[in-house]
Design a protein around this ligand. Structure first.
Ligand code: SF4
Length: 369
């Protein structure tokens, strides 16, 4: 199969396809405000569109501009982010807003190069913001675009490998529309994103409907299912921790984690070494006398996988038998289940809280005296 010599360019086919078949009505489409575009781009990293939309709308309603985001505290940002995961994105968003407010007089930098200097904005995100907001001629290479280009090129090997990634960046730049105006750059960038999300999908891509099928190497060589090659497997190191699920009447004890490190600044169950004595630990650290609580299911181990290690969590459901007044330190707080679920908490804490009872349970318990 040889592509027709008069085949329109890669970018021309994509732009045409986007106008006919691209996604419509996403709340951030057609937006030219770099702040709102930035918000959507950061939220869409590692997260599905359907999940992002309500978060994006809530966030914009509460923080309609970069000044309002910069002026708030990190706790409120993380609480609004709760459930979206990858909380470092929320922390970076807040830091970047403060940098824009202080170092750029509240005005977003006007080029991809300058945008990339802000916390949490990588090369592809900076390019996407600059393309959508300013029509800058810049290549993007997010996860979906990597897949599209890897297949179109017939790339051997894992696209995240350094040499392959550099090759894909060069290809992404080479394929940019030659002399696109601002409008065409925005449409082209959106087209790449849409194609990766709706046609050249990870599983069961719809090659028959693809505007790139005439010169797609993966399709030509029947290697679509093999590209992109998966990340080479390496065993993740494992760590273990015990989490104390302390209950006092209808409340649970959560502790605010230090600002840096995993789950930085989030509320979580207090941790202790797995081989420690929970009762002695609670007396020593909180001045609380405790006894075991709950059925087997609440204490079942829970695995959480980070990029660089796997964490096995051993929950310790405990009931507080006696608590001297003012036993708590500042960073620990008793919360109802509902308040805890609404706070900025990491995913495993959410799972453990739900083991204690579904949302709404706290009010139900209170209203029944
Ligand atoms: S032809 Fe198929 S594999 Fe190739 S880019 Fe299009 S959807 Fe992806």
């Amino acid at each position: 199969m040889t592509p027709a010599p008069d085949l329109p360019t890669f970018s021309a086919r994509l732009i045409r396809w986007q106008k006919l078949h691209g996604r419509r009505n996403l709340p951030w489409q057609g937006v030219r405000d770099p702040y709102a575009i930035w918000l959507s781009e950061v939220m869409l990293q590692q997260t599905q569109v359907g999940t992002v939309i309500p978060y994006y709308l809530r966030f914009l309603e509460r923080f309609p501009d970069v000044a309002s985001l910069a002026a708030t505290g990190i706790d409120e940002v993380l609480a609004l982010w709760s459930g979206l995961g990858y909380y470092s994105r929320g922390r970076n968003l807040h830091r970047a807003a403060q940098v824009v407010a202080t170092d750029h007089s509240g005005v977003f930098p006007r080029s991809a190069e300058a945008l990339q200097q802000l916390p949490g904005i990588g090369r592809s995100t900076a390019a996407a913001i600059a393309a959508f907001a300013y029509g800058e001629r810049r290549a993007i290479l997010d996860g979906n675009v990597k897949r599209v280009l890897a297949r179109h090129l017939g790339l051997e090997g894992y696209p995240g490998e350094k040499g392959n990634e550099a090759l894909l960046w060069r290809q992404a730049e080479a394929l940019l529309p030659a002399d696109a105006g601002p409008e065409a750059m925005a449409v082209y960038t959106q087209a790449l994103m849409d194609l990766g999300a709706t046609v050249c999908t990870r599983a069961r891509p719809r090659c028959a409907a693809c505007p790139l099928r005439q010169d797609c190497m993966a399709l030509r060589e029947e290697r679509v299912a093999q590209i992109p090659a998966p990340r080479p497997r390496r065993a993740l190191p494992e760590r273990e921790t015990a989490m104390l699920m302390l209950r006092m009447q209808d409340k649970v004890l959560l502790r605010k984690r230090p600002a840096t490190g995993i789950w930085g600044g989030l509320w979580c169950f207090p941790e202790m070494p797995v081989d420690g004595d929970a009762a002695a630990y609670c007396i020593r650290h909180f001045g609380l006398e405790v006894s075991p609580l709950g059925h087997m299911g609440q204490g079942a181990p829970l695995d959480h996988v980070f990029t660089h290690f796997k964490l096995r969590i051993h929950p310790q459901p405990l009931r507080v038998v006696s608590a001297p007044p003012a036993a708590m330190r500042d960073e620990a707080r008793w919360m109802t289940l509902d308040d805890a679920l609404a706070a900025a908490i990491p995913a495993p804490a959410r799972t453990l809280l739900l083991r204690l009872g579904p949302p709404g349970r706290a009010q139900a318990e209170q209203s029944h005296g």
